[in-house]
Design a protein around this ligand. Structure first.
Ligand code: HEM
Length: 340
């Protein structure tokens, strides 16, 4: 089986839309598809939208979208801002972000939920062998999020998806902050210039072509989204049909957290008291304008930040399994800090 990679925009968008190319499949678990109760990391991974394809993906994605429709991004921003630890060095941004979401979703003990989610996040994208702490965290979370097994798994999945990715966006934004820039401008520029996610990958489950190259079942296709995106576009949230459904919420969380941080000195000072948030359910969603989605590269860049010069693109798909793409330090090795 071969490994191919591309940093050409057309290849990346086409590959992400291709039903023959799916997220790295996870091992099947008995009961995961028919909705029987589970309670392990393996069961969770086999039951969420994130790792499946075809009809189960469509069904689970609809569950996710239904849940997220309950969350008004503006209320999420306020909840994150109220919880933001003013950039203290020991603030766990993952807990802040997930607790804000959990509170808006009406879950009891949002901080406890968030801490359990950080444990699950450690093994969500595949770990080495058994994960008893992750299994225990999944079992602890199930009754707290509620719903039948498939809904409960996807409720946990939403929180896990938000966890490391949002924290990485906040960290990248904080390190690139410029004087005179609004938080919205900062985030838009960060997503273009220093996205938390630089690379995605797909596994071929049927024969297909990417950029004219034949791909056979079992091949891996590595998509260099950060390099591929034209200047006015971000691929940081993926592309249809699996584009991140939590994009407005991610931006709201990051905005709320960054608003608690004084410019130029992340980790110090606190501009306002940090009251505990109300845990009332959120009003109906009112999404802010999304970032420019893939497929519409024309138009002015968002925000006022200058664009960093990109490394030259390589011009299409090439085979890379004679030198591992994962050893490339620019790709990173983690789920969020580089490769997805
Ligand atoms: C900056 C933060 C975030 C980034 C960069 C990000 C990025 C992404 C990307 C690239 C995907 C698609 C993965 C693929 O196609 O293989 C995805 C999927 C997903 N994201 Fe996000 N995400 C972020 C935050 C969030 C938040 C806050 C939520 C929930 C509130 C969320 C929920 C989801 C879910 C449920 C999926 C699975 C969708 C599916 O498989 O159809 N994400 N995210």
């Amino acid at each position: 089986m071969g490994t191919y990679e591309s940093d050409r925009y057309e290849d990346v968008v086409a590959a992400l839309a291709d039903p023959a190319l799916v997220p790295e499949p996870v091992p099947p678990v008995a009961g995961a598809v028919d909705g029987a109760a589970g309670g392990t990391m393996a069961w969770l991974r086999a039951t969420v939208a994130r790792f499946c394809a075809g009809e189960p993906h469509a069904r689970r994605r609809a569950l996710v979208e239904g849940e997220l429709a309950r969350l008004a991004p503006e209320a999420v921003r306020r909840a994150a801002r109220a919880r933001g630890g003013c950039g203290a060095d020991d603030e766990d941004v993952r807990v802040t972000a997930v607790a804000a979401l959990a509170a808006c979703l009406g879950y009891a003990d949002p901080e406890g939920v968030a801490r359990a989610v950080t444990v699950v996040a450690g093994g969500y994208f595949g770990g080495d062998g058994p994960d008893p702490a992750g299994d225990e965290a999944v079992r602890w979370l199930l009754p707290r999020v509620g719903g039948d097994a498939e809904l409960a798994a996807n409720r946990i999945g939403i929180l896990v998806q938000a966890c490391d990715a949002t924290a990485a966006l906040v960290a990248h934004a904080a390190r690139g902050r410029r004087a005179g820039e609004t938080v919205e401008e900062l985030l838009a520029r960060t997503l273009r210039e220093d996205p938390p996610l630089r690379v995605m990958r797909r596994r071929a489950v049927a024969a297909t072509r990417v950029g004219g190259t034949e791909i056979v079942p079992g091949d891996t296709v590595v998509l260099r989204t950060a390099e591929a995106a034209p200047p006015s576009v971000t691929l940081a949230f993926g592309a249809a049909p699996r584009r991140c459904p939590g994009e407005p919420h991610a931006l709201a969380l990051a905005t709320g957290i960054l608003e608690t941080r004084p410019l130029g000195r992340p980790g110090t000072g606190c501009p306002a008291p940090n009251p505990r948030p109300a845990t009332a359910p959120c009003p109906p969603a009112q999404s802010p304008a999304p970032l420019k989605p893939p497929g519409e590269p024309e138009g002015a860049p968002q925000g006022r930040g200058e664009l960093r010069e990109r490394p030259p693109r390589t011009g299409g798909l090439r085979r890379t399994d004679r030198g591992s793409p994962w050893s490339d330090p620019s790709a990173g090795s983690g789920e969020v800090e580089g490769t997805w």
